[in-house]
Design a protein around this ligand. Sequence first.
Ligand SMILES: [Zn+2]
Length: 112
Amino acid sequence: MIKLHENGTVRISGIKPELVFILRTIEQVFNKYKLDTVITGGTELHDKAGKLIHKIGSKHETGEAWDIRSKHIPKIHYDFLADELDTVMGVEFQLIRHSSHFHIELDYKGKL
Ligand SMILES: [Zn+2]
């Protein structure tokens, strides 16, 4: 199931259609491992305290990036799941592995 971060800061307004499409693909991979797909970052800029969440100029600002929780993935599955995501997302997306989440952005440069 696709869920938004429990803290209520995630915004999805302005997200590009390509990101909506790829989210379904991402969900299918997480489903295989019986894990929820939790969006921890979208187009929001600030947290509830007004602190900047993403770097200035990041692809979150332009609706071209998701942050998806990864800290709930069991260690033994992490590499398989991340590699599978990398494969199924094709050449238009770049996946960056952070300690708590995957940053997934529209980025043709990543693989072409
Ligand atoms: Zn991010």
